[in-house]
Write a protein that binds this ligand. Structure first.
Ligand SMILES: [Zn+2]
Length: 102
């Protein structure tokens, strides 16, 4: 009986933490201007102009964060104003960084 109580207590803490994190993210997004979000979307839709060399087209690209190869990368502006490609695993990290830059 004691064990199941502990499990419920932990579950409650996790749910509370998720709700708080979600609320913080939502509040942060509301405060910050929407241009950053649209910039990120535009970058992820960005396609190189024809005639420009495209690195590893059709193949896998390397994530700028974990250096693992990923077929699908999301692109974000980094601190230096450059563009970094990140895999799905590192996207939350990149999003957090993008928000912290402001
Ligand atoms: Zn990664």
């Amino acid at each position: 009986m004691g064990t199941s109580m502990t499990v419920w207590a932990i579950a409650g803490i996790i749910v509370a933490a998720v709700v708080i994190a979600w609320a913080l993210v939502k509040a942060g997004r509301k405060v910050r201007d929407k241009t950053e979000a649209s910039k990120v979307i535009q970058m992820s839709l960005y396609k190189p102009k024809p005639g420009q060399p495209v690195k590893s087209q059709g193949g896998s690209k390397t994530c700028s964060f974990c250096k693992k190869k990923s077929k699908r990368l999301a692109f974000y502006a980094n601190e230096a104003g450059g563009v970094v490609g990140v895999c799905d695993d590192c996207r939350p990290q990149a999003e957090r960084r993008a928000l912290m830059r402001l």
